[in-house]
Write a protein that binds this ligand. Structure first.
Ligand SMILES: Nc1ncnc2c1ncn2[C@@H]1O[C@H](COP(=O)(O)OP(=O)(O)O)[C@@H](O)[C@H]1O
Ligand SMILES: [Mg+2]
Length: 486
């Protein structure tokens, strides 16, 4: 048992013994849903190595906690998931499968996926299977051109340079990099790949350890300077006339010692054609301010893809899709191709269904807000995509909110959750993305919804406005009745 706890600790997971002899692992609730899925999947694989006959299952969902133990739907699902399970397998539910990056190898029947393995991270990620077909690549010509221009420059000038590709999860950062490498004419430069990791199972330089290993550099009992020098020499040896790409994926999970080492190596190799490319989520800037700053770092922020590409992708995947469903999907994909793939996979042409994996990702964004500010966003979500005023929010939040509402709104605007429209004489606001409104609304409990809808309706009546028909498109009849019925 102590051994199991030891393994779980490496993956920051916790363990509880259940009645009936089972064990329950939980991932830390401070992580995002994707981070939790990764932690649990890696922990499950490590546990299976320890206990080859164990039956393991991973489910993802919202849960209420009773003390330390989650209760409710999520827990009820686990036994069903393990029904008829073969010893030594790791069953995962659909949401977990969709959240896991493609380096996790999944097999088994379509409706009973099992987790098989985790690939080494010294190769580019394989294309994901879920919903997507890796054929089209749209709307990133300028980004690809920029990467080519940096590569050209380092080769011509024989100098090191770095690029950061930043953007929300699923926006296409990894794909952009792959497409760039594939589009290099002539002999492609060698690619050396490191990867940020949530897990601290490598004690030294977790992001670079696999690369250092494959370079034959022993990091035990060596000083950091010795390691650095050996790595720089190895990289220099691989720098051919066509340059060398040193890529660090998932920067947001990388460790500072690894990133500092890359920084110093770029300095050592400043006269060599080395292009360091860091790929990560937008919070990289908060976590590692001034990253690789000494050598003029190019910062690329990936924009959402325009709707016209979404239309083309959708019509290719779902040729018989109805106009209505197409519109509601394009209303919610946020220009994010991963979201679109998942929406398309979950919407067999006639009905809109938003998969839990998307909600989990959006909810993860909300978790980063302070509780007060999140409460304001919750209230705002009742208006769906419709405009509202701060008075409307105060009607929902109570008069005590009046003092701070301006400040809270500023935070929400700054973080891109809410947009302000000042054209109409009075300032009005709206939730920026439809998915955020949907996800926030979904996080309200039933009684909260009823009360809040009643207050919203009262305010709208008093202000002489009509009740937004927000619930129409999203929620079931019964839910709508209970929410609007007052
Ligand atoms: N420009 C694009 N055109 C079409 N599909 C794309 C594009 N960019 C990404 N995709 C697809 O969207 C999914 C998510 O892309 P990925 O590169 O994994 O995102 P990220 O690395 O930003 O999380 C992948 O299946 C990818 O093939
Ligand atoms: Mg990626």
């Amino acid at each position: 048992m102590g051994e199991i706890r030891g393994v779980l600790a490496l993956f920051a997971c916790e363990m509880d013994c259940l009645q009936g002899g089972g064990l329950l692992m939980t991932a830390p609730t401070v992580s995002t849903a994707q981070e939790q899925a990764i932690q649990l999947a890696s922990a499950a694989l490590a546990l299976r190595a320890l206990e080859p006959e164990a039956r393991l299952a991973i489910a993802t969902g919202r849960a209420t906690f009773l003390g330390r133990l989650p209760v409710g739907q999520l827990m009820d699902r686990l036994p069903t998931l393990m029904d008829e399970q073969v010893a030594g397998t790791i069953r995962i539910d659909e949401t977990t499968q969709r959240l896991l990056p493609s380096r996790f190898v999944v097999g088994g029947a379509v409706d009973k996926p099992i987790l098989l393995d985790e690939d080494d991270v010294t190769h580019f990620e394989r294309p994901r299977r879920a919903g997507g077909r890796e054929n089209f690549f749209f709307g990133r010509e300028r980004d690809v051109a920029l990467l080519h221009s940096v590569l050209k420059e380092i080769v011509h000038e024989k100098t090191a340079a770095s690029v950061l590709i930043l953007g929300r999860s699923g926006l296409g950062k990894s794909r952009l990099l792959r497409e760039f490498v594939a589009s290099i004419h002539g002999a492609a430069p060698p690619v050396v790949l490191g990867c940020g990791s949530l897990l601290r199972n490598e004690r030294l330089y977790p992001a670079l350890a696999p690369v250092l290993r494959s370079a034959g550099i022993d990091i035990q009992d060596k000083s950091s300077v010795q390691i650095e020098t050996a790595f720089a020499a190895w990289l220099a040896g691989r720098c051919a006339g066509q340059g060398l790409l040193l890529v660090i994926e998932d920067l947001q999970w990388a460790d500072s010692p690894s990133l500092d080492m890359v920084d110093r190596i770029l300095h050592i190799l400043r006269d060599k054609p080395v292009m360091a490319v860091g790929v990560g989520r937008e919070d990289v800037d908060d976590k590692f301010p001034g990253l690789w700053g000494w050598c003029a770092v190019q910062r690329m922020r990936l924009r959402p893809l325009p709707n016209k590409y979404g239309t083309r992708l959708l019509r290719h995947w779902l040729p018989t899709i109805s106009r209505k469903v197409e519109e509601s999907l394009l209303d919610r994909w946020e220009g994010n191709p991963r979201f679109l793939e998942e929406l398309a996979a979950a919407a067999p042409s006639e009905q809109l269904r938003i998969p839990d994996s998307i909600y989990a990702t959006v909810e993860g964004r909300l978790e980063g807000l302070e509780p007060d500010v999140r409460r304001v966003l919750r209230a705002a979500s009742l208006f769906g995509e419709k405009a509202f005023t701060t008075d409307a929010l105060i009607a929902l939040l109570g008069d005590a909110a009046r003092k701070c509402i301006a400040e809270w709104m500023e935070i929400l605007i700054m973080r891109d959750f809410i947009v302000r429209d000042v054209n109409l004489g009075e300032a009005t606001y709206a939730v920026h993305e439809r998915l955020v409104a949907d996800a926030t609304y979904r996080m309200l409990t039933g009684p909260d919804r009823v009360l809040a809808r009643r207050l919203a309706r009262a305010w709208l009546n008093s202000a002489g406005r009509t009740l937004p028909e927000y619930l129409n498109s999203m929620f079931s009849q019964s839910e709508r009745r209970s929410a609007t019925g007052g």
